[in-house]
Design a protein around this ligand. Structure first.
Ligand code: AMP
Ligand code: MN
Ligand code: ZN
Length: 894
């Protein structure tokens, strides 16, 4: 709660700064265009007219050759063509692509030029995709822009960053912000970071300025460190175990160590009276000391203990650590500035508690919410007597409450907040960053004076308003650090904030990914955002890629831990895909014309199936197959004999052809439910099922559904097969009845006949195989009409795979893109789109921004794979490395 409040305040601050810059930005987005809309409108207009013009050019092969016989036309074409090539090569160079499109010596002709363009388009579209994703992700998660150079484009374009870039140190700044390969400070920490999923227990073990002494648990901490029995468990866990052993009261363990002192803190009169503002010393004339040794820290503490007030600020790093690391502390007295290397002195910072918890000494912070938590978490440092200038600014009802605004307002100093998000782990600290850090505290004491005066003025000399600021500040210092605790429900809170609707499978994926990244981030001591940014997690959950490659494709840039563990992630996604969908979800997806995401499907299909139906488009599952299907055309005569011996009964003809035939177009016998099978039978069944059964495509599955009309429609192939099999089954039954009565020998003869029959069927099956595709199509076609039946089947196969129709199968080929639109760059509905179609308006291979806008955005290919602008769009499953560049016909024809 408390931390979200502080984040809220911070957000407001940054919005404040954004406001200032958007005013400037608005004037010119780029020369001649006031905003993106204006630019896009102009751009689209230009594209439309050039498309129109190029469509109107004389076609090669007929008019073109005629026109070309005129030298004027020829010259014109050459010069215009040259201009176009120049323009294109410039664009290509701009994007860092090979750009020798005009170089005759390096090109053999159109082919190679075409390849160059395809390559460049890929690069450009890929980049567009990345930028859109990033913009999307940042907007959605409202997460701050991260430093450490992982997402440099964002740093460059951010408004807070652009501001003041004219100062001349711009290039330096980018170098600093992008600093990579910063050594992990964690490695040097004397006490290991405790990322365990246990509540935070205060680090304090000595309590200066105590009115109430520290519970014995804390004072014995040094002993605990030596307790050999607990060395192999995380510190917090060891503490909990120890607490259980010693039966110490738990409340004391988690309480704020200075709760009592803060509860009994009153504001002395001198802090409620009007001060004479004491102007700050010019920063250039102020001594600044860098503190990175224990001796210096002790000396500083001694100095501070003699003062009546000092100002404090912290810089923090949160990207490459699970809990975050306080990386710097700045302290300003009336005469001096101190920069403390808290990475170096992390374990000794508690020394400062003497000054920090002394109620006689005012500690001035600006926006201390986070600082209070960081001090406790990393150093066990607490603050008694806090004055928060952010709270004062609120009480004064100033226009904005950010530090830059206060600095401008009170000191006429324009601070440069560009470094706020720099990587504060960098050592040695660059001069620019030291300067920035200093400004954060240097002016605070003067502002503290001014604000107290104004607070008293505002309430006509009454101390009430000032008192309220002291109280609010005290509340902030009472905040306790809470470690992020993972629970089974944690993901729901994050999911709720995304304002996304997930179906059961997507939500399962989200939950599993959330758990994965939490665990990994704790283990590797990285932020969850580093392990797997939320927007990528959402994308993977929405797309549920069928292959590891698809997971990689959801991530731009691919987080190192995702790359490392892509197979683990893939298993999680698979697990999510196995989750049954709710009936309503299947219906909703059908309505939207999307292919519902299905269970992992059988990888087997008719061995002769040449249709381009991918594995995922086969929607029946093994469970749906009849029990004895593996025995079709069994040549096992002995077995048949045995069957002959048995009491033949319609249900027990399993070993015979008839068994499967009877159930072919009937509803499944509930007795054949896999759950009811003994283990051995289940095993046998699985083995049987692992063999390719050429009849699989004919077997009843709830997906390829045949409605009654088509079943009895003589024109349908299904009818033919059905009839043939039905006849056979009756025949078979008759034979079996006779077999009961007749002698064994006669039965043998019969069985021979049956074998012959089977051979016949086998033959006719082979014939019918040639028509596989048509049968399937017909089945699908008729399924389209049989909605009623399909619905019934859907409810029977509750939660199992939904039924494809031809239409659905087609859309499966397209892509499994989630229904939610994430990005709406421009409203194309206003435009005249017919021009795009050129003369062959029916050719759907042509680019249509309305139809493919999602794909346009998402066009990403693994290396070595080229764009295919066909109507199929992108599927998350990837074809093996082969280039699709050959599909020239996918490009709009002139
Ligand atoms: P400040 O008090 O402004 O110096 O900020 C202290 C630390 O808070 C910085 O070092 C950042 O790590 C973090 N921080 C400040 N502002 C933001 C922000 N808008 N987004 C994310 N982190 C921030
Ligand atoms: Mn701060
Ligand atoms: Zn700061």
């Amino acid at each position: 709660m408390a931390s979200s409040k502080s984040k809220g305040a911070r957000k407001n601050d940054s919005q404040d700064t954004n406001l200032e810059t958007t005013e400037e930005d608005k004037s010119e987005l780029c020369p001649g265009f006031k905003d993106v809309d204006a630019f896009v409108k102009y751009g689209l207009g230009a594209v439309l007219s050039s498309t129109k013009a190029s469509a109107a050019l004389p076609q090669a092969g007929d008019e073109y050759d005629f026109y070309r016989s005129f030298p004027g036309f020829q010259d014109f074409c050459e010069s215009q063509g040259d201009k176009l090539l120049l323009c294109m090569s410039q664009i290509m160079r701009h994007h860092g692509c090979r750009s020798h499109i005009r170089d005759q010596s390096k090109l053999t002709g159109q082919e190679e030029r075409f390849d160059l363009i395809v390559d460049s388009n890929d690069v450009i579209l890929e980049r567009v995709g990345i930028l859109l994703d990033e913009a999307d992700g940042v907007n959605r998660s409202q997460q701050p822009v991260m430093p450490a150079g992982f997402q440099p484009p964002k740093i460059v374009v951010s408004s807070w960053n652009r501001k003041g870039s004219g100062s001349g140190s711009g290039s330096d700044m980018f170098r600093l912000l992008q600093a990579k390969n910063v050594a992990r400070p964690q490695l040097k920490f004397k006490e290991k970071v405790d990322n365990s999923n246990t509540p935070f227990i205060p680090k304090i073990f000595i309590k200066p300025n105590a009115l109430k002494s520290l519970p014995s648990y804390f004072s014995k901490k040094q002993e605990r460190k030596e307790r050999a029995e607990d060395l192999d468990v995380p510190a917090a866990l060891a503490d909990l175990i120890h607490q259980q052993r010693t039966q110490e009261p738990v409340d004391d363990m988690f309480a704020h160590p200075y709760q009592y002192e803060l509860d009994h803190l009153t504001v002395p009169d001198e802090l409620l009276s009007k001060p004479d503002p004491q102007l700050y010393k010019p920063i250039e004339e102020t001594k600044c000391s860098f503190v990175n040794t224990v001796e210096d820290l002790v000396a500083l503490n001694e100095k501070l203990c003699k003062l009546t007030e000092f100002a404090v600020d912290l810089e923090h790093h949160s990207y490459r650590s699970f809990l975050g690391i306080t990386s710097l502390m700045q302290i300003s007295t009336r005469d001096e500035d101190f920069i403390i290397d808290t990475l170096e002195l992390r374990s000794e910072m508690y020394i400062l508690n003497e000054a920090f918890t002394d109620p006689q000494i005012v500690k001035v912070f600006h926006g201390a919410d986070s600082d209070m938590e960081w001090l406790q978490r990393d150093f066990g440092v607490y603050v008694v007597r806090l004055f928060d200038t952010h709270q004062a600014s609120r009480a004064l009802n100033l226009a904005r409450h950010s530090l830059d605004h206060l600095l401008t307002h009170f000191c006429n100093v324009s601070s440069d907040k560009r470094f706020q998000l720099a990587d504060w782990r960098i050592r040695p600290l660059p001069e620019e960053m030291v300067q920035y850090a200093r400004t954060d505290t240097h002016y605070l004491l003067y502002m503290y004076d001014c604000m107290r005066g104004q607070l008293l003025d505002l309430s006509h000399g009454q101390p009430g308003l000032l008192q309220s600021v002291w109280n609010k500040s005290k509340d902030i210092s009472l905040k306790r650090y809470m470690k992020p605790i993972y629970t089974e429900e944690s993901y729901l809170e994050l999911q709720r904030r995304q304002k996304r609707t997930f179906n059961t499978q997507q939500l399962t994926a989200f939950r599993l990914l959330f758990a994965w990244r939490d665990k990994l981030a704790r283990q590797e001591d990285e932020s969850t955002g580093y392990a797997l940014p939320t927007h990528m997690m959402i994308k993977i959950s929405e797309e549920l890629p069928k292959e590891p490659q698809g997971i990689i494709a959801c991530c731009h840039p691919v987080p190192p831990l995702v790359r490392q563990q892509v197979n683990e992630l893939h298993l999680l996604v698979q697990q999510a895909r196995e989750t049954p969908l709710l009936k309503a979800e299947i219906a909703a997806q059908k309505k939207k014309g999307l292919t519902p995401i299905r269970k992992p499907e059988v990888t087997l299909f008719g061995p002769h199936d040449t249709s381009r139906v991918s594995v995922s488009d086969l929607s029946f599952s093994l469970e749906d197959l009849p029990e004895k299907q593996g025995l079709l055309f069994s040549d096992d005569e002995i077995k048949t004999d045995m069957d002959m011996d048995m009491d033949v009964d319609a249900d027990k003809t399993g070993g015979l052809v008839a068994a499967a035939k009877i159930t072919l177009f009937e509803e499944l016998d509930p007795r054949q439910e896999p759950e009811s099978l003994p283990v051995a039978q289940m095993k046998a069944r699985r083995i049987i099922e692992s063999f390719e059964n050429p009849f699989r495509m004919y077997l009843p599955c709830t997906d390829v559904h045949v409605n009654k009309t088509s079943k009895f429609d003589p024109s349908s192939k299904i009818f033919e097969i059905s009839k043939r099999w039905k006849l056979l089954s009756i025949e078979q039954q008759q034979q079996e009845l006779e077999a009961k009565k007749k002698s064994k020998a006669a039965a043998k003869e019969q069985s021979k006949k049956a074998a012959e029959e089977r051979k016949k069927v086998k033959l006719s099956y082979q014939e019918s195989l040639q028509n596989v595709a048509t049968v399937r199509q017909q089945a699908a076609e008729s399924a389209k009409g049989g909605t009623k039946k399909r619905e019934r089947a859907a409810s029977e196969a509750e939660g199992s795979t939904p039924k494809p129709s031809k239409k659905l199968m087609k859309s499966a080929e397209k892509s499994e893109a989630p229904p939610t639109e994430t990005f709406k760059p421009f409203d194309y509905s206003q435009s005249d789109l017919k021009v795009f179609a050129g003369t062959k308006s029916k050719d759907n291979t042509q680019f249509d921004p309305n139809r493919q806008d999602r794909d346009f955005k998402k066009k990403k290919h693994p290396k070595g794979q080229k764009s295919n602008f066909g109507p199929g769009g992108r599927s998350m499953s990837y074809l093996a490395g082969k280039s699709e560049r050959g599909f020239r016909h996918n490009w709009p024809k002139r």
